[in-house]
Design a protein around this ligand. Sequence first.
Ligand SMILES: [Zn+2]
Ligand SMILES: [Zn+2]
Length: 111
Amino acid sequence: MVDTTTMCRKHLLGEHVETHMILGTLKSGIRLDGYARNNLLELKSLKKRHDELATEMVRRGYNHQSPLDWKEEDTDSLFQTDEVKNSKVDKSLSLEELHTRCSECRNNHSS
Ligand SMILES: [Zn+2]
Ligand SMILES: [Zn+2]
């Protein structure tokens, strides 16, 4: 949920892979309630977030050949519970966490 232009390569690519994995998890029916409860997911924004990450990857000249296989009409059936559906990420917390873990992201962000 961090501004994609300030993320380092590793985290940009990492979060991109994550959006694909989350969708795969949803499709396979594995419950995600735990993540939703801990504010680690914002599924309503998953497609938008994937596209933001992919756009930034292409802008930097990285390879992106994996459109997210998410059809709008599937959305309701993919969300397993209301808790999962309405989950929200705490954006300032994610930013803080990323910057604690990664000096490259932190420097990009402040420059
Ligand atoms: Zn992708
Ligand atoms: Zn980073």
